[in-house]
Design a protein around this ligand. Sequence first.
Ligand SMILES: [Fe+2]
Length: 232
Amino acid sequence: QSVSNSMMWRAPCPLATPAGHSPRSHLLADALNNEAYRNATEATVFGPFFVDEAPQVEAGGDIAAGAPGEPAWVEGTVRDVDGNPLPGARIEVWEADEEGLYDVQHDDGRTYGRGRLVADDDGGYRFWGLFPTPYPIPDDGPVGDLLAATGRSPLRASHLHFMVSAPGCRTLVTHIFVRGDELLERDSVFGVKESLVHDWEHHSAGTPTPDGRDLDGRGWASTRFDVVLAPL
Ligand SMILES: [Fe+2]
C-alpha cells in the first residue's frame, strides 16, 4: 500500500512449527506500529491485563473457565500475507468477565478468561470464550485527571484481546471489537480500528453449538476472526 512498504520486499513467513515461537521482545513496538503491512491484520493496544503463562487450551476448549458471561464461540485461521496457513501459530487470548473485570483484578489469585492455543495443520483455531462487555480503565491518579479534564468516560469499547505469533512473522497484538457497540466511537484509549470491528451472531437458547457442547439452555454468541501475520 504505502511507498515504504512496496519498496521493501520481504519473504513470507516460513511454515511454523509447534515448538517454535517468535521473539516477544518487541511487543510494545508491534502494538504501537499501527501501519499494517499489506493485508496483515491491524494491531492495537496491548493493555495491562496480559499474563505470560496463561492456561494451555485445546482446540475448541473453553478459555472462560467459569468466568461469568454469555458463552461465545470464536473461530478462524492464521495465515501469512500470501494466504499460506501457519500451522503451529501460537494464539493467546484474554478478556474481562461480564462484570468488566479481568481475573487479575480479583485478589484471590483466580485464573479465568484467558488461554493459549495452537493453530492446527490448516492454520485453524477455535475456542469458547465470552461475548465481550465494556469495562472502565482504572481512573484514579493522572489517568483519571486526564479523563476528567477532557470530559471522557473511562469505559473501553467491548473487546477480546489476541496476541498471535509464528516463527518468521511479526507478533500481532490486537483486539476484536463488537459491531453495534455504542462505545466504539468513544473508546477511552482510542484503540478501535474499523478493520477490527466484527459482526457477532447471537443464537437463542437451544440452538445447537458448533461442537455439540451442551450449554444448559443458555444462548450463545459467535464470531470469526481470520488473522494475517506480516513477515518479520
Ligand atoms: Fe482489555
